[in-house]
Ligand binder design. Structure first.
Ligand SMILES: Cc1cc2nc3c(=O)[nH]c(=O)nc-3n(C[C@H](O)[C@H](O)[C@H](O)COP(=O)(O)OP(=O)(O)OC[C@H]3O[C@@H](n4cnc5c(N)ncnc54)[C@H](O)[C@@H]3O)c2cc1C
Ligand code: FES
Length: 269
């Protein structure tokens, strides 16, 4: 439960309100995280929040991509190179990329939902031959709000995987699609028996996107989503992150839609 000190060694602005921090351990590193897991990041004197791991780099460095929405996330976004951040983790379940080997994979991200899926895309590219068709669908409100813009463009340019982007509000220079991310799914070839789908984004986007892929015949068990709930302990002790019988910090954040779907359909949860 004690945060380990990490130093900010890199800081990149992704969008107007989102920053990626590269963190390096001062002494002992945390255990190497798996794609999909999260850390509790402590902005000293302000507070601690769960943030997904958006990159796993050499030298025990980890990346976190943070959107400033309140006191703690604002303090993290304001951290400059050399600043100290407390890290507890890694916690939670991962995307289980290995278990999708031999089949097709569809990665679907809305907004900052691309952060926990970025290490998945890296793993898919690194082990490209182990997978059949790999498709990445990225949605954002506007072109300026696409996180990792340069990297998404390089995935697209490499042609090793299929990448489609869409925005709700286009600019004159925009060359991708216009519309919400579930509308991209109808353009994707889906072989339901061998396809694994990984989705992260706002809850409403998860619901519409999962409904669309289920409608194309993919079993709910093969659809994985990353859930967000307010968290305090991160280790299954306080109950803050409870979603019905599920403790999102412990049983999630990555869960099959077969488990999450019936829970998010119930208004009182
Ligand atoms: C497993 C997990 C992984 C996450 N990964 C990331 C990540 O990679 N990058 C990132 O920027 N954020 C991520 N979040 C969300 C992040 O934890 C919250 O934005 C943060 O806790 C807000 O704290 P705050 O003190 O800055 O704002 P607060 O003052 O606590 O909240 C400010 C506003 O944001 C809303 N809010 C708070 N928490 C959430 C939440 N979990 N989801 C939606 N709205 C919320 C509040 O209702 C309020 O309106 C993740 C959350 C979870 C549970
Ligand atoms: S955050 Fe405390 S039980 Fe999940």
């Amino acid at each position: 439960m004690v945060p380990v000190p990490y130093r900010v060694v890199g800081r990149a602005r992704e969008t107007a309100d989102t920053v990626t921090l590269s963190l390096e351990p001062v002494d002992q590193p945390i255990t190497t995280p798996a794609p999909g897991q999260f850390n509790m990041l402590y902005a000293f004197g302000v507070g601690e929040v769960p943030i997904s791991i958006s990159g796993i780099d050499a030298g025990h460095r980890v990346r976190h991509t943070v959107r400033a929405v309140g006191a703690v996330s604002q303090a993290l976004c304001a951290a400059e190179a050399g600043a100290m951040v407390g890290v507890r983790g890694p916690f939670g379940t991962d995307w289980g990329v290995d278990s999708a080997a031999g089949g097709d994979v569809i990665v679907i991200a809305g907004g900052i939902g691309l952060a926990p899926l970025r290490p998945v895309v890296h793993e898919l590219l690194h082990n490209r031959r182990q997978f059949r068709r790999v498709t990445v669908l990225v949605g954002a409100r506007s072109p300026e709000e696409i996180v990792f813009r340069g990297e998404v463009a390089s995935w697209q340019a490499s042609a090793r995987i299929t990448v489609r982007t869409t925005v709700d509000y286009a600019t004159a220079a925009w060359k991708g699609e216009v519309g919400v991310v579930p509308t991209l799914i109808e353009r994707v070839t889906i072989d339901p028996e061998v396809t694994t789908v990984m989705i992260c984004g706002p809850e409403v986007m998860l619901r519409f996107t999962a409904a669309e892929v289920l409608g194309r015949g993919v079993a709910a068990e093969r659809v994985r989503v990353s859930m967000e709930r307010n968290m305090q302990c991160g280790v299954g002790r306080c109950g803050h992150c409870q979603l019905g019988p599920v403790l999102v910090c412990l049983n999630g954040p990555v869960l099959p839609w077969s488990r999450v779907g019936p829970l998010v359909a119930r208004r009182e949860l």
